[in-house]
Design a protein around this ligand. Structure first.
Ligand SMILES: [Zn+2]
Length: 56
């Protein structure tokens, strides 16, 4: 069963808010998310969790 949780993240550069959904995934991949507005790096992760960002 998949566990899902949600939290909020804000770009520290332009203050754009994002709703972030955390999902357990099977494959281990290095990923990152950059702000859609200004390109600032918001999050980097690596492992069995994936994050999906939605602009608020
Ligand atoms: Zn930004």
């Amino acid at each position: 069963m998949k566990r899902k949780s949600e939290f909020k993240e804000q770009c520290s550069n332009c203050e754009q808010g994002y709703r972030v959904v955390e999902e357990i995934q099977i494959s281990r991949e290095k990923r990152k998310f950059e702000c859609e507005e200004c390109g600032h790096l918001i999050k980097k992760w690596n492992g069995s969790v994936d994050y999906i960002f939605y602009k608020i």
